[in-house]
Write a protein of this length. Structure first.
Ligand SMILES: *[C@@H]1O[C@H](CO)[C@@H](O)[C@H](O)[C@H]1NC(C)=O
Ligand SMILES: *[C@@H]1O[C@H](CO)[C@@H](O)[C@H](O)[C@H]1NC(C)=O
Ligand SMILES: *[C@@H]1O[C@H](CO)[C@@H](O)[C@H](O)[C@H]1NC(C)=O
Length: 809
């Protein structure tokens, strides 16, 4: 190959002879010994002469690159010839040579032109270059690069630049005025740091030689970041649930955005979106650095079950860029609302006569919680006569479930409870105050069913006899009482002429003084009437008992003083023994009881030793046998006195005539009595029977009274007058009628009217009768116990005792 090349080079040697001058042209870098040209031939010299004539190169000093081959007459290369060294970048490079030959001395000038060969590669001074380009630089931007150096000239020097294969850059070459070629990097396509932050390029400079030589330089393009990327959220929509009980600070959800930019351009802060409602701002907070959304205020499922808002992420670039996402937060219901009881309407007061089922109130219950938590049950505490009737959803009516009575309870506190379905359930209570209004449903009630009043006779009129009172549990006008006396007759006279009543307070006044001897008892029917509409009334009876006063003196009935002044003449035989019944003074007293309890006393006597009078019976008897000395006409003044206070008295004078030979009429009487022995025997039996029954009844009565008195206290016992309803006919008295025929013949037990005003006191005995010295003392009623009681009550002081007899002569 070398030989071949030499051949080719040899062909290039051009022999030039210009005006005696010979010119050769050789490529540089020829091998030593390479023949430049045949001087002998070219200069017209004979080869054999050359040695002899001493052809030589006139040295001018400096380096010699050529030599001579005298045997052949050739100019040869003796040293390496580097054109670039000799001539730099001059286009022509000629080395002049002067040849000298002796015999004759001749000077030849020879020029050797050194032709360039491509022996240098282009090269860059900086092997690695770093270029920083902002990523936002527009395509078309140019970045000058360093030129490559190539010492070769002409076509052998740098001809073009090539850039390594890439998407973004190309290379153009700008030729300076001085011919320097400067490569420029041209941005063909926009850069994106985020895609490729660094581009490694290789710039190659190529020369035009043959073979082509090249040199490279490494170019590193660093793409500088621009804030060209907005933060990007991981999701478009974030959803979260949070309990409405969540306390401030509780984390709800965290949003996350990323920004692929670098540095501040990639640093993200989170904010609420611009359109975020104030409510959300007050309830939630977003942490700028972390994107965590936390609870800030009290949540309420019921008012806002869901909140929607946007969150913006902003980077810190300039200008900043932002990204958005939306957040939806559902508030999970918690049973946090207490059910409420709402009273829509309440009727109060309610008339106490409202029918069962009357609607009192409309009530509804509600709970703000949703779903099951909001279901409410309303219940009523028992104990009031009301019940709840459910109607449409959560509405109830409160109705009466029984009869009402204001007098028993005028006011109800109806307690209601609403409870929801939560776990645990919440509940609330409410109290309805229901007032009842009065209806006149209660008649007045007298303090006693029957009143018993005792009035002394002869009291001046106008006194308050008694005050009855009635009460009425109703209210107001319904309880306002007025008293009146119902018309009835007392001894054929209207009762209103005896008494009148204060209609306001029930005080009963007398309009009369009463006379016991004429009127012992009477009834007043009093009516109490309320002012309701319609009004109600009730009646009571006031039994007025007139109490006896000792206002009557005893009156002598026998011996009658009507005909003979106060004198009566009694006859008796002188033969009478001591104890002979001379006569019987009988007096009566219109009063009763002690006031009528008469006692007899001898006030004056002709002979006080002869006659005496029985204090109780008034029987005048001889105290001793009559003697011959006794005056035949005797006078006795008998004082009769009652037991009243003060006592009243009367006197009677009995004249006694002592006669001789007078029959003993008593024997006759005794005989007659014996004749009618069967009759009197029966009479005695009657007497015994009635007396026995009377005493048994008395004992029973007193026993019962005693028991009652012990049980109650004695005071109340003795004024108790209940159960006296049968008092209307208290006069079913046992009356004993003595029927005597001369002496006592019979006694009749009769029913009679004790209160009869025609009652009189009658002497019923034969004055001679030995058997007439009894006094019938009996309770005025024997028929039943009630009557006994009432009569005992009614006639406490004296009137229990009745003495009645009838004389049949
Ligand atoms: C929120 O709760 C609902 C049901 O209450 C459920 O379907 C949904 O998946 C929940 N969402 C989240 C983010 O937990
Ligand atoms: C009833 O009223 C009269 C007159 O005002 C009075 O004298 C009397 O004492 C009153 N009676 C009672 C029980 O208050
Ligand atoms: C009260 O007596 C009157 C008259 O005797 C009678 O008309 C009325 O019905 C009686 N009232 C009552 C409640 O007994």
């Amino acid at each position: 190959l070398r030989i071949c090349r030499q051949w080719i080079i040899s062909l290039f040697i051009i022999m030039v002879t210009i005006e005696g001058q010979t010119r050769y042209s050789i490529p540089e870098e020829l091998k030593r010994g390479s023949i430049v040209g045949n001087l002998a031939k070219d200069l017209g010299l004979v080869v054999s002469d050359l040695e002899k004539r001493k052809l030589r190169i006139a040295s001018e000093g400096g380096k010699q690159y050529f030599g001579l081959d005298l045997r052949k007459g050739d100019l040869i290369v003796t040293d390496r010839i580097d054109r670039e060294e000799l001539c730099g970048n001059r286009l022509s490079c000629v080395l002049p040579l002067e040849l000298v030959i002796d015999g004759p001395l001749q000077l030849y000038r020879v020029e050797v032109e050194i032709q360039d060969t491509n022996d240098n590669s282009p090269s860059f001074i900086t092997k690695e270059k770093v270029l920083k380009i902002a990523e936002l630089v527009n395509p078309g931007a140019k970045f000058p690069l360093e030129s490559a150096q190539d010492p070769d000239v002409g076509s052998n020097s740098v001809r073009s630049y090539i850039i390594s294969r890439n998407e973004h850059f190309k290379i153009t070459v700008k030729t300076h005025k001085d011919g320097r070629k400067i490569p420029e990097l041209v941005l063909e396509k926009a850069l994106d740091r985020e895609k490729q932050p660094i581009h490694n390029l290789i710039l190659t400079a190529v020369d035009g030689g043959d073979p082509v030589r090249s040199g490279t330089s490494q170019i590193t393009v660093i793409v500088l970041d621009n804030n060209d990327n907005a933060p990007q959220f991981e999701r478009n929509v974030y959803e979260a649930n949070v309990s409405e009980k969540a306390t401030p600070g509780a984390e709800v959800v965290s949003v996350k955005a990323t920004d692929i930019d670098e540095g501040l351009n990639g640093e993200i802060e989170y904010f609420f979106g611009d359109q975020t409602p104030d409510l959300v701002l007050s309830l939630f907070d977003v942490k700028p650095n972390t994107g965590v959304i936390v609870v800030k205020g009290p949540l309420d499922h019921e008012s806002h079950p869901v909140h929607r808002f946007d969150v913006t992420a902003k980077d810190k670039g300039n200008p900043e860029m932002d990204g958005h996402c939306s957040v939806e937060i559902k508030i999970i219901d918690v049973n946090d609302n207490i059910p409420e009881i709402i009273v829509k309407s309440l009727t109060s007061p309610v008339p106490e006569d409202a029918a069962v089922g009357t609607v009192i109130a409309l009530i509804s219950a509600r709970d703000l919680d949703s779903g099951d938590f909001g279901k409410v049950a309303l219940t009523l505490f028992s104990g009031s006569p009301f019940k709840l009737n459910p109607s449409v959803s959560n509405h109830y009516s409160l109705v009466t479930s029984g009869l009402l009575d204001r007098e028993r309870s005028g006011h109800y506190r109806v307690k209601l409870r609403a409870s929801d379905n939560g776990r645990p359930p919440l509940s609330s209570e409410k109290i309805l105050d229901v007032e009842l209004s009065d209806v006149n449903d209660n008649p007045p009630v007298f303090s006693q069913p029957v009143y018993v009043v005792y009035v002394k006779e002869n009291c001046p009129p106008g006194r308050i006899l008694y005050s009855v009172s009635a009460s009425d549990p109703d209210l107001g006008e319904n309880a306002k009482m007025s008293y009146s006396i119902l018309d009835s007759k007392v001894q054929d006279v209207s009762v209103s002429s005896y008494v009148y009543i204060n209609s306001e307070n029930g005080s009963i006044y007398s309009m009369h003084s009463f006379d016991y001897e004429k009127l012992k008892v009477f009834q007043i029917l009093v009516q109490a009437k309320d002012q309701g509409s319609p009004s109600l009334s009730s009646n009571t009876t006031v039994h007025v008992f007139i109490l006896d006063q000792n206002d009557n003196a005893p009156t002598v009935i026998y011996p009658s003083s009507a005909g003979l002044g106060s004198l009566s003449l009694q006859r008796m035989p002188r033969s009478a023994k001591a104890g002979h019944l001379v006569t019987k003074v009988t007096a009566v007293d219109a009063d009763s009881g002690h006031n009528a309890w008469i006692s007899y006393r001898v006030a004056e006597a002709t002979d006080a030793s002869l006659f005496g009078v029985n204090q109780y019976t008034g029987e005048v008897r001889t105290k001793r046998a009559v003697s011959e000395q006794d005056d035949s006409s005797q006078r006795l003044l008998i004082a009769i006195k009652d037991d009243g206070e003060p006592a009243q008295s009367a006197t009677v004078t009995v004249s006694i005539l002592l006669e001789d030979g007078l029959h003993e009429p008593i024997l006759d009487i005794r005989h007659k009595a014996a004749e009618s022995g069967g009759k009197t025997g029966r009479l005695a039996l009657y007497l015994i029977l009635s007396l026995a029954s009377v005493s048994v009844l008395s004992v029973v009565t007193f026993l019962i009274l005693a028991v009652k008195c012990v049980r109650n206290n004695s005071a109340s016992c003795c004024v108790r007058r209940s159960d006296c309803d049968d008092y209307k006919n208290p006069n079913r008295n046992l009356q004993i009628q003595l029927n005597t025929d001369g002496p006592i013949k019979y006694v009749e037990v009769l029913g009679g009217d004790m209160m009869s005003q025609s009652q009189s006191f009658r002497s019923c005995m034969s004055p001679m009768s030995e058997y007439s010295d009894f006094t019938l003392i009996k309770p005025s009623s024997t028929s039943d116990f009630k009557e006994v009681l009432s009569v005992l009550d009614a006639s406490l002081p004296d009137s229990t005792w009745t003495f009645e007899s009838q004389q049949v002569s």
